[in-house]
Design a protein around this ligand. Structure first.
Ligand code: FAD
Length: 391
């Protein structure tokens, strides 16, 4: 692999955010390098792989190669076993096969003209008079210094690019959901619903999930608030849940990982630099979902990069349209979900049971967490008075 001395844009990380940024900027005519530190794009998977169908369709046409399961809706279980169903037949969502999906997105970036290099780790940023002017990389044992007008850090939850560029992306333990998940086979599923289980003993400051991956197979996981990890870790809670729910299931894969639940951070651009997706802490603080937000942010960053280069202003000021655009869309929602998370995860089991009871008999025609929250708040204004501003 011969690297050029300089690209218009270098994107660090070929997850959904990075690939969408690279694809968009290439389509806009930029000369783009997309690098991925792993030897394979898409693996290992650190995700339950659930996405909303309509939102995904805005960015890529559905393809059975990366759709593991069509989902009919979601069921949310209270600690007493009662549940609320949300569904919109044929419209709800998918459980993806991210190993294939992430590669398909990277392929789209290549099709649009981007260069993609795997086993290529960014090890630092280059600066010119305080402005980011490229990156330092390690590729197959060799170090390279490559210049660019703009760098996009799409390097996920463990992002270093932001920190290197002077952007504060630090997370306190309370700002992280620590997760463990098994891909389990040989189990009976009650239809193709994504299932969410709430309860303070089951998953303190979080929830357990069962996301079907076709017949008799599912991603079964648990996320707990990092500040609540004590003697028991998320994997211990998961083992307890799996033992009671799927005692005969066989584990094919184990995933551990973290999700940022901090809400919008103060700054995501610097001179010559933008952060996208988990690197910019753009995941939903209530559900932990981050695929669509990363893709959306990637598209915005790619467009803003192209515009800034055309205008000849890649300073933080020249990139401020990125801040403005993602905050007015994703940012608003994650701000609301941050508030909701702080209220919902403080509820007692008996409050959660009351809320589920208040919705019994309702047919919730939709798949959006915002719609569900609004309905819950309307029915339980006293319990959820902290969220009344949402409705
Ligand atoms: C257990 C778990 C379950 C989840 N379930 C869901 C779900 O069901 N639905 C959902 O929407 N979201 C879910 N998420 C969140 C979702 O996985 C992320 O929000 C999403 O992957 C973010 O995409 P991204 O492109 O920002 O980052 P990532 O997908 O993390 O991609 C970042 C990429 O950058 C690469 N990289 C890192 N550092 C470097 C470097 N120095 N040089 C080069 N490359 C680098 C990494 O190898 C990686 O490939 C879950 C997360 C976890 C942990």
């Amino acid at each position: 692999m011969e690297f050029k001395d300089k690209y218009d844009l270098i994107v660090v990380g070929a997850g959904p955010g990075g690939s969408m940024a690279a694809k968009t900027a290439s389509e806009e005519g930029l000369d783009v390098l997309l690098i991925e530190k792993r030897q394979e794009i898409g693996t290992p998977v650190r995700c339950a792989e659930g996405v909303g169908r309509e939102e995904l369709a805005r960015y890529i046409s559905p393809d059975e190669r990366w759709i593991s399961c069509d989902i009919d809706g979601a069921k949310i279980y209270a600690p007493d076993g009662s549940y609320v169903t949300m569904s919109q037949t044929g419209k709800s969502g998918y459980v993806l096969e991210r190993k294939v999906f992430d590669r398909a997105l990277a392929q789209e970036a290549v099709r649009a003209g981007a260069e993609v290099v795997v086993k290529c780790r960014a090890s630092g940023l280059l600066f010119n008079q305080g402005k980011v002017s490229g990156i330092e990389i390690m590729h197959l044992g060799k170090q390279h210094r490559i210049k660019s007008d703009i760098v996009i850090g799409a390097d996920g939850i463990e992002s270093k690019v932001g920190r290197w560029g002077g952007i504060d992306t630090s997370l306190s333990v309370d700002d992280i959901e620590t997760c463990a998940q098994y891909l389990i086979t040989g189990i009976e599923l009650d239809g193709f619903f994504t299932e969410f289980y709430l309860g303070n003993n089951l998953a303190p400051g979080g929830y357990a999930w069962v996301f079907p991956k076709g017949e008799r197979m599912a991603n079964v996981g648990i996320g707990i608030n990092g500040g609540m990890v004590g003697d028991l870790r998320s994997v211990d809670y998961l083992n307890r849940f799996v033992k009671s729910k799927f005692p005969d299931g066989k584990i094919l894969e184990i995933v551990v990982g973290g999700v940022a639940i901090c809400g919008p951070i103060e700054r995501t651009v610097a001179d010559g630099l933008m952060l996208v997706g988990d690197a910019a802490r753009q995941s939903d603080p209530l559900t932990g979902g981050g695929i669509i937000n990363a893709m959306k942010a990637g598209v915005i960053a790619g467009e803003v990069a192209a515009d800034a280069i055309k205008r000849g202003d890649t300073s933080a000021d020249g990139l401020k349209a990125y801040e403005k655009r993602w905050r007015s869309d994703i940012g608003k929602k994650i701000g609301k979900m941050f508030k909701a998370k702080n209220v919902v995860f403080e509820l007692s089991d008996s409050d959660l049971n009351k809320i589920a009871a208040s919705l019994q008999g309702d047919n919730i025609d939709g798949f959006s967490s915002t719609e569900l929250l609004i309905r819950i708040v309307k029915k339980n204004p006293t319990l959820l008075k902290g969220l009344l501003t949402m409705i």
